[in-house]
Design a protein around this ligand. Structure first.
Ligand code: GLU
Length: 549
């Protein structure tokens, strides 16, 4: 068979040769050891935590080594494409501090290794498919869906491996004339890779995360170009990552099983393999069991969730680093104030068995990250979030920025800052009692205080409250009131002799706390009242008095 003739028959329009593309996309001129990584998302519109997790690995590997990180849009599957998905993805990743050096951007493409959108690379794939055909390493396959289904049935009956390989690859050895006839007959065809591998033979690759992997060779004649001339993932990955000079392919472990196909294709094309980094899936604890995060069950799998809830991007980044590298936390303890970029991230320190994602842990990290920020920074961050997701709240906060700064200054700074703030939605709820429209009584009056006493406490407080009292003077009044009404002035006296008192000063002040904040747990009550001002304080007390009836 004259394979050149076959190649020209199948791809008459392709004039360029592989050598032309090698010249158009020469090896990158980068310092020794610089890594080139890429993110290859499909524009489905759903951006999940796994995308960000993988993107962090890519970004760190590239930027730590003085290399390049680029974005390639893998849009060969028309069915999955969603309008506007690409800008959405770029913005979402940017929000979390992941920025690309090259590839698809908000303003078109940047870089010398494009196009960076697979749907625009048709001729390139066809050139390399043509080359493989010309070498006798690929062939047109006319098998119909029915024929393939019949083969599958036969294989099931014989209990042999499914797929198109060896004797089941019916079009492997068609003559040139047969091919011409079938094409003239209008029969559709795909291009299949002609595998010469065998499951009996094994090969070894070193995965940067998983170490040495030994796997059986690929024996399948996989499709490399579909009927439409569009490449499959396997072929596009190999051609693109070679021509874009990717050094490290970071991708999910779901691709591990097709690694033998990719290795066979790299070998057939005479190209060096990139270093593979197969990341693990993200798992969560569901009761006692560990399971994969699921799109259907777990809203926290979607990246949008973190934006909507208003997670600080630095906290998300910080948390992802702790699950990405086992030694990150230790480093963080030793370097509490260093920027995360100073940490030397390595693929080798990544987990190779399911990574546990723990929202509670993320929340703890948020508290630490936010506790270190200034009140002004917290306000700016809250405003950014509210402007996008809660415009009415944004307007309210902008109404009185001084008050907001005071609110966010409560117990901030110093050696032991309060760690109440987690993410914007929670933060707004946490401070919502400052705003009459959002104020709600959330807790119950302390059990130690009867309703009759609560009324009396509110009444006396209303008469006596003086906003000019400093904190000790204010508390002295509280103690006096407690003592007069039969409550212990010191909690420990009540604990020692519970029969002698109705309760203690804390219970009395909690009546006031509940009236003012709606909760029995809050930051310093005196300070809260100072920020609210006399009118609001008296209004709340009067309202609570009335509500008791
Ligand atoms: N388009 C593939 C995906 O979305 C990318 C896999 C890869 O990074 O090679 O899973």
């Amino acid at each position: 068979m004259d394979y050149n003739k076959l190649a020209n028959l199948l791809f008459p329009q392709i004039k360029k040769t592989p050598a032309d593309y090698e010249a158009i996309y020469p090896p990158r001129n980068l310092p020794e050891g610089a890594k080139v990584t890429r993110l290859g998302p499909s524009p489905t519109g759903f951006i999940h935590l796994g995308n960000l997790y993988g993107a962090f690995v890519d970004e760190r590997l590239a930027h730590q080594s003085g290399g390049v990180f680029f974005l390639r849009i893998e849009d060969t599957d028309d069915k999955r494409e969603v309008q506007g998905a690409i800008p959405m993805l770029i913005q979402a990743l940017h929000h979390f501090g992941v920025n690309f050096d090259e590839g698809a951007t908000m303003n078109g493409e940047v870089g010398d290794y494009g196009p960076y959108q697979q749907s625009k690379r048709g001729e390139i794939y066809q050139c390399f498919a043509k080359y493989l055909v010309s070498q006798g390493l690929a062939y047109p396959c006319f098998m119909t869906e029915e024929e393939i289904a019949a083969v599958r049935e036969e294989q099931e009956a014989k209990k042999v491996n499914p797929g198109i390989y060896g004797e089941y690859a019916k079009c492997r050895d068609l003559s040139f004339e047969e091919v011409v006839d079938r094409i003239s007959d209008g029969q559709e065809y795909v291009i299949r890779f002609k595998s010469n591998g065998s499951l009996e033979n094994h090969f070894t690759v070193v995965d940067a995360i998983r170490g040495e992997l030994t796997m059986p060779e690929n024996d399948q004649d996989v499709v490399i170009l579909k009927k439409t001339g569009i490449p499959t993932y396997h072929f596009a990955h190999v051609v693109d990552d070679h021509l874009m000079r990717t050094t490290h392919v970071v991708r999910g472990e779901e691709w591990l099983s097709s690694l033998p196909i990719h290795v066979a294709l790299f070998n057939a094309l005479g190209w060096e393999l990139p270093t593979y980094c197969h990341t693990t899936v993200l798992m969560k604890m569901d009761g006692e069991t560990k399971r994969k995060l699921s799109k259907r069950k777990d809203p926290e799998l979607s990246l949008e969730y973190y934006k909507q809830e208003g997670y600080h991007p630095l906290a998300v980044r910080e948390y992802l680093l702790t699950i990405l590298n086992s030694n990150y936390e230790e480093w963080r303890i030793a370097n509490p104030d260093a920027p995360a970029e100073d940490f030397q991230f390595t693929a080798e320190k990544m987990s190779s068995s399911g990574t546990l994602f723990d929202l509670d842990k993320l929340n703890d990290i948020c508290k630490d990250v936010l506790a270190k920020m200034s009140a002004e920074e917290v306000l700016r961050y809250m405003l950014d979030w509210a402007e996008e997701y809660q415009p009415a709240i944004a307007a309210m906060m902008k109404d009185d920025p001084d008050k907001m700064i005071k609110i966010f200054s409560i117990d901030r700074g110093g050696d032991k800052p309060r760690k109440d703030l987690v993410y914007c939605r929670q933060i707004f709820h946490f401070i919502s009692y400052f705003f009459d429209d959002h104020f709600m009584i959330e807790d119950d009056y302390p059990a130690e205080v009867s309703m009759k006493d609560a009324k009396a406490i509110l009444n006396r407080y209303f008469q006596e409250y003086d906003e000019n009292d400093d904190n000790p003077a204010w508390f002295e009044k509280m103690k006096a009131m407690a003592g007069d009404m039969g409550y212990a002035i010191k909690p420990k006296d009540f604990k020692k002799n519970p029969d002698q008192y109705k309760g203690h000063v804390g219970h009395v002040s909690n009546v006031i706390r509940l009236a003012i904040t709606g909760r029995t747990n809050s930051p310093d009550l005196w300070l809260i009242q100072q920020i609210m001002g006399k009118e609001q304080v008296r209004g709340r007390i009067a309202q609570a008095f009335q509500d008791i009836g």
